[in-house]
Write a protein that binds this ligand. Structure first.
Ligand SMILES: *Cc1c(COP(=O)(O)O)cnc(C)c1O
Length: 407
């Protein structure tokens, strides 16, 4: 049964939202960098630690079995969340960054000089740097796809960039700066038609829209727990069965092997093959709790709420002289990057902090995008499930005051 969407009730479950910052009520608009955690997540981790904790999988004793059950329930929650066909393709990682590094590194042994990786200029550094490793170390060629004026992806450019040498198209589902939502199903069709694989960076889409990896038909999909109201140190790498079969393990150690002798090893099956060593047990359990908590609500209601916040903020920003909004692609998500003429984004963020308003300022781990936009940094407000219209108004008022001080 879905739970009625009531933002004031939701807020009560996030203890941190009750605190003050610089004598003002906290207005947390840095959700795209990391979101806050509800009691359901905090308590799941604490209760597990207090009542049923041991290492997973190898145990015969009760505590180990109970912990393993809770850990694997976290995996099953992630499977359901992505609608993956089974849990073999649901790998726990430290986060999206590790997931992408795992895929890039598992590909490394098969890269020939001149093989191509196609990327868009809106990618996060997490979805750029691991591919640069393949360029530096294995002679891969990076091919970049540009954007239209409104921040949408140049699909014709993408069709041109993908060719017989393409091995991977690595693309964000939703930009953490522009908010642009990419048609990754179409990107996948283009990649597959050329015999290439597609990796979808779902860090932002997992939080702002519903994701079905079978509908997207992607080979790989990654996201991080801490942006989905869960803990840090945990993320998911989903892999399609044939992509997983092809991928070599990323790290070696306990749990990922079947047998080890002095002259040979055999591997465990996926997902364990890709999870060497003691995993982030409590974090995986916390992620399961976050997904369970989040999925109480109707996704359409969450999206409607976030879009209302976004539209209200957009209207407020448009009323501020000299303010430029970066990214207005149709159907974009609740992330607003902007610049104010005559004011450095860092100064804006610092002044807003005095009013209790947390926004981010910087390059947002997207330097190629900053170059494309012709700026070195931007300010960014990003909305989450617990933000309110009143908070948007505080943000806009604080921004107007900051403009008065700086410009
Ligand atoms: C946050 C983010 C990442 C990196 O996630 P980590 O949790 O830092 O590994 C990658 N891509 C996008 C679009 C992001 O927003």
């Amino acid at each position: 049964m879905t739970r009625a969407f009531d933002v004031s009730e939701i807020r009560k479950e996030f203890p941190i939202l009750a605190r003050q910052v610089n004598g003002k009520p906290l207005v947390y608009l840095d959700n795209a960098a990391s979101a806050q955690k509800p009691n359901a997540v905090i308590d799941a981790i604490a209760n597990q630690s207090r009542t049923a904790y041991a290492n997973v999988h190898r145990g015969i004793h009760t505590l180990s079995n109970e912990t393993t059950e809770a850990y694997e329930a976290g995996r099953e929650a992630a499977r359901g969340f992505l609608n993956a066909p089974d849990t073999h393709g649901v790998i726990f990682t430290k986060g999206a960054t590790e997931g992408i590094n795992l895929v890039a590194s598992s590909l490394a042994g098969t890269i020939q000089p001149g093989d191509e990786i196609v990327l868009s200029v809106m990618e996060h550094h997490s979805n750029i740097v691991p591919w640069h490793f393949l360029r530096e170390r294995h002679g891969a060629v990076l091919r970049w796809v540009g954007l239209h004026e409104d921040g949408s992806l140049d699909m014709d450019g993408l069709r041109e960039a993908v060719g017989p040498r393409t091995r991977m198209v690595a693309i964000s589902h939703m930009s953490n700066v522009l908010g642009t939502v990419n048609d990754v199903a179409e990107v996948g069709r283009i990649a597959h038609a050329a015999g290439a694989r597609v990796l979808v960076d779902g860090c932002q889409s997992a939080v702002h829209m519903s994701v079905d990896v079978q509908v997207l038909d992607c080979d790989w999909f990654v996201f991080s727990g801490h942006k989905l109201y869960g803990p840090t140190g945990i993320g998911i790498l989903y892999g399609k069965a044939d992509a997983l079969a092809e991928a070599r393990p990323y790290q070696g150690g306990g749990e990922m092997i079947e047998t080890v002798s002095m002259d040979r090893i055999t591997y465990n099956e996926a997902p364990h093959k890709f999870e060497a060593g003691t995993p982030p047990i409590l974090e995986a359990i916390g992620l399961g709790a976050a997904i369970g908590w989040y999925r109480q609500f109707d996704q359409a209601e969450i999206e409607a709420h976030e879009h209302a916040l976004y539209n209200r903020a957009l209207e407020g920003l448009r009323g501020i002289n000299g303010l430029r909004i970066h990214g207005e692609a149709p159907g974009k998500g609740a992330v607003l990057a902007f610049s104010l003429e005559g004011a450095h984004p860092h100064d804006l963020a610092q002044i807003l902090d005095r009013y209790g308003v947390a926004i981010r300022a910087g390059h947002h781990c997207a330097q190629p995008l900053m170059t494309h936009l012709g700026v070195s940094a931007t300010a960014r407000a990003s909305f989450g499930i617990y933000n309110t219209e009143a908070e948007v108004d505080v943000f806009i008022e604080a921004l107007e005051k900051a403009r008065g001080m700086l410009v």
